[in-house]
Design a protein around this ligand. Structure first.
Ligand code: B12
Ligand code: SF4
Ligand code: SF4
Length: 348
């Protein structure tokens, strides 16, 4: 099925998707090589899904053999000024302030696909956001949505990097594609590399996940070393430091919430700060799931989030958490018990 890109843009606008670009559904061999080097350096840490064959991660045909195009979409999330820090709270990265994007953005893309098929007839497609074995940023960059910054994030001039990516891979052949404008990049700036408190950005464009607070607080299961516990600082879930310092994001911080997807506003989720007491009072996995079923925070699991909360309490000297830690030292989870005892020791 052949369709002109202008027609797709019109339908995307109806689906309330404004930042949309197109690229061919073919393997990105150069990117696959960079990914292989990254894997060989051990920078994927324990993320099994990032240790897959690089040629697969760089090739959308593995996801849809009939694919002809990748429609990439970027959506801004909550860019309001950060409300000031409260004692006894851990900081949450912006992308996780509101409702879970895996739910909201995925269904937006699916609605978009339905509108397309209502207009053009049936076609083969699959939609994804984040949870996909594909180099989403590389495809978004090739689709003209932005450039890759030295912090490895996709940056769109005039919008910054506080965006989430999604894509519709389909057998639509997209015609009349405009010639892409050459985007400016980072230039001589190295602010993100210098600001990263754990030196996780090894060199421009290369991130070692083992050292990234986002990895440690969200993806890493089980125990953290003594050093890693300190590395979390005040972050209970994710980290925004290498984006907060980026000049492309500065003019983007707003007083008012103006996002395409209202559910990304912090009123729809856990917000910028999570109470350490609240996290430590979650009695079991079921209660954890019902508390966070609509939030990206669910990814950390109960044990992980309590572990992080105790680290934040220790890192910020929040002794008021001790009564909760007393209770947790009798918890059914060994990891939680260990962290509770460690926290009690450190806060005494
Ligand atoms: C694994 C993963 C992580 C890991 C590893 C991050 C990383 N940089 O690789 C961890 C858990 C640390 C992580 C953290 C975050 N993540 Co994440 N993550 C992913 C995931 C699943 C895969 C990323 C990936 O492919 N990594 C592998 C490396 C090799 O890829 P890469 O860094 O893009 O490498 C390319 C370039 O850097 C370049 N390159 C590599 N080496 C070299 C060398 C030179 C010299 C040059 C020029 C280029 C170059 O080529 C590579 C191949 O294209 C994607 C979703 C997806 N399926 O793509 C989301 C994704 C990248 N994450 C996202 C987000 C929001 C985050 C966080 C901001 C969340 C937070 N606030 O805590 C942080 C940001 C940390 C950071 N600075 O990157 C968004 C980013 C949106 C955007 N605007 O870019 C994505 C796209 C999810 C989504 N659908 O929106 N994430
Ligand atoms: S997310 Fe935080 S820890 Fe990870 S690279 Fe950026 S500043 Fe460093
Ligand atoms: S802080 Fe500077 S170097 Fe880092 S991504 Fe932004 S512009 Fe690029």
């Amino acid at each position: 099925l052949r369709v002109a890109f202008e027609e797709i843009l019109e339908i995307a606008a109806k689906a309330k998707l404004e930042i949309v670009g197109f690229s061919a559904a073919s393997a990105l061999t150069e990117e696959a090589t960079k990914l292989r080097i990254w894997q060989e350096n051990g920078f994927a840490a324990d993320m099994k899904w990032m240790q897959r064959d690089p040629l697969k991660l760089a090739d959308p045909l593995h996801l849809l053999p009939e694919a002809k195009s990748v429609i990439s979409v970027a959506v801004a999330y909550d860019r309001r000024m950060l409300p000031s820090q409260k004692a006894g709270y851990g900081r949450v990265a912006r992308y996780a302030w509101g409702k879970d994007y895996h739910l909201v953005l995925k269904s937006r893309i699916e609605d978009f696909a339905k509108l397309l098929s209502a207009e053009f007839g049936e076609f083969k497609s699959r939609s994804f956001t984040d949870a996909v074995p594909l180099l989403e940023r590389a495809f978004a960059k090739n689709a003209g949505l932005g450039f890759i910054g030295k912090n490895t994030l996709l940056i769109k001039p005039k919008l910054g990097s506080f965006t989430l990516l999604a894509e519709l891979i389909s057998d639509l052949e997209i015609e009349n594609l405009p010639i892409q404008k050459k985007l400016s990049g980072c230039g001589t700036c190295t602010k993100c590399i210098k600001a990263c408190p754990t030196n996780a950005i090894k060199s421009a464009y290369v991130l070692d996940a083992n050292k990234c607070i986002s990895y440690l607080s969200i993806e890493k299961r089980g125990n953290l070393s003594e050093e890693e516990r300190g590395m979390l600082g005040q972050w209970i879930f994710g980290c925004d430091i290498c984006q907060d310092v980026c000049p492309y994001n500065h003019s983007q911080l707003k007083q008012q919430f103006e996002a395409q997807i209202p559910e990304f506003g912090y009123e729809f989720g856990v917000g910028p700060w999570l109470s350490l007491e609240r996290v430590c009072s979650i009695a079991n996995n079921q209660e954890f799931k019902s508390n966070f079923k609509d939030s990206p925070v669910i990814r950390a699991k109960r044990e992980g989030l309590i572990r992080n909360a105790i680290c934040v309490a220790v890192n910020t000297g929040y002794g008021e958490l001790k009564p909760s830690l007393e209770k947790l030292s009798l918890d059914s989870s060994e990891l939680v018990r260990d962290y509770a005892s460690w926290g009690l020791g450190r806060l005494s």
